[in-house]
Write a protein that binds this ligand. Structure first.
Ligand code: FAD
Length: 386
């Protein structure tokens, strides 16, 4: 029951970090309250080009490539954006989680499913003493000991609170249904601006010829996601008729959009993925940040284990990344303020101009991603020797 690292949460962030740490010979325990990682998936799972280029995905875990995007105004005026590159792929998330778990276990990770993280004691002490982590499995209390505790437990992280780190406070919520596609020649992502059905964000239909994801996202105080999705399906019936399509899943959850949190590490542990607020405030994409930040976290933690110097963790700071998100945070504020349909319709007219459409192309097809630490030039910052 003694580990180098305990990771709470086996979403994309936790799985990636666990695998990388085990490959560096750390003794890792990964726990998740779910008894089956393929159940209760909450994300649409759209991966962008840069992620697809920079990371390996196990075979059979991605849908067909999407090159075409249509953007709609509240009155369903439409702009088509086409790319000559494969811009997006929708992940088959259940299969992806299972494959990543297999890779982690093959690399030496010990995994406990159906195991809830309850609390940690000694988590805020700054000496070298191990942290006692309280877990619960099938109603039974368990205690394990670890040098480092990692919170990969999503947007409302209990680990963040127990480590005394920053917690997310601004969210949008997303809710979608997944249907079997009747097959399309060209996969397409349809995005809809609508201040009532998707206040402060977007509604979407992604049809890659295998699955159709139809969903709405917005600020929770301003709409009821289930009712909004019902109205959205009615509104878009002329575009996508789902009458004879089989509903396979409903998905939903919170998406933190306040930007990377400032304090995401202390000498006892750190946060990754949604728990660290690592989501683009503009697009609400969190899959690329989950992979990249977890890679950085694994490097820092393995250095902490190699040096036995807990101060190494403190240099894993959200401040390294926040500067890169200033413009996206401003754009989020602007989008949030578009609270009526007339204003959105007028802004859409600007997107139909040449400048507007090249801006839209930049947002949808730009090679933006969460910054790599190498790119930020901060690798030396977490070397204890300086
Ligand atoms: C509806 C919706 C659609 C989205 N679509 C996209 C998209 O298309 N593209 C994109 O880039 N991003 C998208 N996002 C955002 C993206 O899904 C997340 O940013 C990403 O999945 C975060 O991964 P994570 O591993 O940090 O957290 P999660 O996937 O939330 O994983 C957290 C894990 O922790 C476990 N856990 C939580 N608490 C405990 C506990 N106390 N004990 C044990 N286990 C615990 C949970 O069971 C879960 O498995 C979407 C989000 C939503 C809600």
């Amino acid at each position: 029951m003694n580990y180098d690292v305990v990771i709470v949460g086996a979403g994309l962030a936790g799985l990636q970090c666990a695998k990388l740490l085990a490959r560096r010979d750390a003794k890792v325990l990964l726990v998740d309250r779910k008894s089956d990682l393929t159940a209760g998936v909450h994300t649409t799972g759209i991966f962008v080009r840069k992620t697809l280029e920079d990371f390996d995905f196990p075979a059979g875990t991605l849908g067909r490539a999407v090159r075409d995007v249509s953007l709609y105004s509240p009155r369903l005026k439409r702009i088509d954006l086409a790319s000559d590159k494969d811009e997006f792929r929708v992940g088959k998330m259940g299969t992806l989680y299972r494959s990543m778990l297999d890779e982690s276990v093959d690399s030496g990770v010990e995994f406990m499913s159906g195991t809830r993280y309850v609390s940690a004691t000694g988590a805020q002490a700054s000496r070298l003493r191990n942290i006692n982590v309280k877990l619960e499995k099938e109603g039974k209390a368990l205690e394990v000991h670890t040098k480092v505790l990692i919170g990969a437990d999503g947007a409302r992280s209990r680990v963040a609170r127990d480590l005394g780190l920053d917690e997310n406070s601004e969210w949008i919520v997303g809710y979608e249904e997944v249907f079997q596609s009747k097959g399309v020649e060209e996969p397409r992502l349809h995005c809809f601006l609508d201040a009532k059905l998707a206040p402060g964000y977007l509604a979407w239909i992604a049809d890659d010829g295998e699955e159709i994801h139809i969903g709405v996202g917005g600020y929770p105080a301003d709409f009821n996601p289930r009712e909004a999705l019902r109205s959205f399906k009615d509104k878009t019936r002329c575009l996508i008729d789902l009458t004879n399509s089989e509903l396979t899943e409903s998905r939903g959850g919170r998406i933190p959009v306040g930007g990377v949190l400032r304090r995401i590490a202390c000498e006892r542990g750190l946060l990754i993925g949604d728990a660290a607020g690592a989501v683009s405030p503009l697009t609400a994409g969190g899959l690329d940040p989950a992979l990249r930040l977890s890679k950085f976290a694994a490097e820092v933690v393995s250095r902490r284990l190699a040096t036995n110097d807990p101060r190494v963790l403190s240099s894993y700071s959200g401040e390294l990344f926040r500067a890169r998100f200033v413009s996206r945070l401003w754009m989020r504020r602007i989008i949030k303020s578009f609270s009526n349909q007339a204003l959105l319709e007028a802004s859409f007219a600007i997107l139909r101009t040449r400048v507007g459409s090249s801006f839209a192309k930049h947002v949808f097809f730009g090679r933006g991603s969460f910054p790599d630490v190498e790119e930020l030039g901060v690798v030396a910052a977490f070397r204890p020797e300086g």
